[in-house]
Design a protein around this ligand. Structure first.
Ligand code: NAP
Length: 247
């Protein structure tokens, strides 16, 4: 699909779910993949082994990307070890759903820091090297919820909508330098994030999706590979949502 031989890719939150699928897709296409995780060391290591079994190259690195200083150390280590970053997928994310009335300040800040500030934290350190090499692919995993809003999700919807604004603005600032910055807005994808929802909520969501099913993480990985290959697409949102929300 996309020949990524010789490219260095970083996937935040690559230990599980969508991030793991993205990491495997990039590895399959020949990229050297750095799989970031926060807590799931064994799962991240399993993804590394899967990529290696396919003949690819990967390693896992722990860092809490909601923390600016920790992220700086992480990205600088990747640049030190590999000499460059060609592809940066800002995928790590969490939910802390609660009605606005009940949402705590901690639930607000944790979700904003993990889903939005994390992209600032990684790009801040990775971008100068991309600008120097005049090449980069930055792909931010937003959400349909950032476009439509979500009940009990003022924190998550704000972070994901913010990520779209971040994507467009950074795309404008980097377009002349051979760097593309795009977002993917998945609908509801079959990962732990969705399986943790109460069954009745999940069933109600599926009933609303025109395709009447959840998406697979591999669909998001296909979108990432497309955005890696595309030369002329920047500042856009790729909507992979089974028809749930049509802009
Ligand atoms: P998931 O299965 O819950 O996995 C989340 C990943 O993010 C894990 O690898 C986790 O690492 C990592 N992570 C969380 N906090 C982190 C931190 N502070 N530092 C580093 N890594 C951290 O989630 P998912 O469903 O695959 O979602 C991936 C992305 O897609 C998220 O941004 C999510 O908002 C977005 N998205 C998901 C859906 C969906 O329906 N699933 C829909 C739209 C958008 P550990 O394993 O170490 O905890």
């Amino acid at each position: 699909m996309a020949n990524l031989t010789g490219k260095v890719a970083v996937v935040t939150g690559g230990s599980r779910g969508i991030g793991a699928s993205i990491a495997k897709g990039l590895g399959r296409e020949g990229a050297k993949v750095v799989i970031n995780y926060n807590h799931s060391h064994e799962k991240a290591q399993a993804v590394v082994e899967e990529i290696k079994a396919l003949g690819g190259s990967a390693l896992a690195m722990q860092a809490d990307i909601s923390e600016a200083e920790e992220t700086k150390v992480f990205i600088e280590k990747v640049l030190g070890d590999f000499g460059k970053i060609d592809i940066l997928v800002n995928n790590a994310g969490i939910t802390r759903d609660r009605s606005f009335k009940k949402m705590s300040f901690d639930e607000w800040h944790k979700v904003i820091d993990t889903n939005l500030s994390s992209a600032f934290n990684t790009c801040k350190i990775a971008l100068p090297a991309m600008l120097e090499q005049k090449y980069g692919r930055i792909i931010n995993i937003s959400s349909v919820i950032g476009q439509s809003g979500g009940f009990g999700q003022t924190n998550y919807a704000s972070a994901k909508a913010g990520l779209i604004g971040f994507t467009k603005s950074l795309a404008l600032e980097t377009a002349k330098a051979g760097i593309t910055v795009n977002a993917i807005c998945p609908g509801f994808i079959a990962t732990e994030m969705v399986s943790e929802m109460p069954e009745n909520v999940r069933e109600a969501i599926i009933a609303q999706v025109p395709m009447k099913k959840l998406g697979e993480p591999a669909e998001v990985a296909k979108g990432v590979l497309f955005l890696c290959e595309s030369e002329y697409m920047t500042g856009q949102c790729l909507n992979l949502n089974g028809g749930l929300y049509m802009l």
